[in-house]
Design a protein. Structure first.
Length: 434
């Protein structure tokens, strides 16, 4: 009995560590797409449920899928900007069409992805992550003001709540350690919402109106639609997520003293692809490994997969209770915006961290970073730049994240993979010497 209580407590700790990261994605995407409270409640609930399903798919290990490490999966922040862009241009049905195709793509290439990783070195993935983080900041700033189009946009109440939430998160991050530090975003959202409630800025009716139980509905938001630019965007997001997951796999392998084989990695990629497929089918999100839970494992020293199975079970249970999901929908936009600045800023800092390791390696890497981020940000700010190009070309140019990512991939091939004149000269000199 004591052992079960201990395992449950450890499982709940993992739920708390990833909860803010899991629920904030549907809140941001749903808010940006103008979903109703009822739709947003469903989106949050199904996302929590699918986080649990995705986690269990990865933790269990059989001959087809699952890496069998204590890894927790959640919706990837890398997909937030692309999903908002796709939803704004083609509608929410196109988001799920592109997620379905990207999930199928990951399943199909899982056996060979190890060979494709060379096209996604840190100079490419770091550039992509940085571009995505930069494009998300305007979403955060709009929310700090109360949400785009709000009647009280930029009011002192909204600004005070937003910066109060952000300052509270910063202070927690600075002066706390361990688990409290790991859930500083979640605590910031909680305290900000409580303060807003005392200020009369919280409407509790969504929680009161929500049911205690609901059934999962495939294609809740309608039949998926398919657009090439949306599909390509989501495939790029999936590839970047796989590269990030590879790092998490090796980190956990080191913590658990387990040498990972090529087959282990393939099963891990396949499980992630299946999770993305399920996300598209049940109108949730693309899923990837959550590094904050790796930090929690390292901190606690508990490496048991049983704990993560319990975490997955808890998430699935919570996902069937709409009242839990509805609680997150009452968070005021300004409070959400304050937390977003910290979270999206961390996405940018992660990209910069990845780039800092390679930018000084060569001038070529500096040029790759400069051009890819410049193009990605430029197309985002001035989306009509390539409006006169043929539609077939606009697949690659209509979205800043795709344009920046493709620039990084192509320039990396040109500068770092094709034989240079210097390399050819060295080879000729070596042959003469022989």
């Amino acid at each position: 009995m004591k052992k079960q209580l201990r395992l449950s407590a450890l499982g709940m700790q993992h739920v708390l560590a990833m909860y803010a990261g899991a629920v904030i994605v549907p809140l941001i995407v749903g808010g940006a797409l103008g979903l109703t409270v009822e739709q947003l409640t469903y989106l949050v609930s199904i996302d929590i449920l699918m986080c649990g399903v995705a986690t269990i798919l990865q933790v269990m290990s059989n001959r087809f899928f699952g890496i069998g490490l204590p890894v927790v999966l959640g919706c990837t922040f890398t997909a937030v900007g692309p999903m908002i862009a796709i939803g704004g241009e083609y509608g929410i049905s196109a988001i799920y069409g592109s997620i379905l195709v990207s999930g199928l793509f990951v399943v199909l290439i899982s056996q060979f992805f190890g060979k494709l990783v060379r096209f996604f070195p840190p100079v490419v993935t770091g550039s992509v992550v940085t571009i995505i983080g930069i494009t998300l900041i305007p979403v955060a700033i709009n929310n700090m003001g109360g949400g785009s189009g709000a009647a009280d946009f930029g009011s002192m109440k909204n600004i005070s709540l937003a910066f109060g939430t952000l300052i509270f998160i910063i202070l927690l991050y600075r002066f706390s350690t361990g688990f409290i530090k790991a859930i500083s975003i979640l605590l910031g959202l909680l305290v900000g919402t409580i303060v807003a409630a005392f200020a009369g800025m919280v409407n509790f009716s969504p929680v009161l109106d929500a049911s205690w139980f609901h059934l999962v509905k495939p294609f809740y938001f309608g039949t998926p639609t398919f657009h090439w630019s949306a599909i390509l965007t989501m495939i790029l997001v999936a590839m970047v997520s796989l590269v990030e997951s590879t790092g998490v796999y090796f980190a956990l392998g080191d913590i658990c003293k387990r040498d990972l084989s090529e087959e282990d990695l393939s099963k891990g990629y396949r499980a992630e692809g299946l999770a993305i497929l399920f996300g598209g089918f049940f109108n949730a999100f693309p899923y990837t490994t959550f590094s904050q839970n790796v930090g929690l494992i390292q901190m606690s020293g508990v490496k048991s997969r049983n704990v993560i199975f319990i975490t997955g079970g808890m998430l699935i249970t919570l996902g069937f209770i709409p009242k839990i999901g509805a609680i997150t929908t009452i968070i005021p936009n300004s409070v959400l915006g304050g937390a977003m600045v910290a979270m999206f800023g961390m996405v940018i800092s992660q990209g910069i961290k990845m780039l800092s390791k390679v930018i000084s390696d060569s001038q070529e890497n500096a040029m790759i970073i400069a051009c890819s981020i410049g193009i990605g940000l430029g197309v985002t700010v001035v989306p009509d730049l390539f409006a006169q190009l043929p539609n077939s070309m606009q697949i690659l140019t209509s979205n800043g994240i795709v344009a920046g990512s493709m620039t990084a991939i192509i320039l990396n091939i040109v500068f770092n993979m094709l034989p240079s004149k210097k390399t050819k000269t060295v080879l000729v000199a070596d042959k003469k010497a022989v």
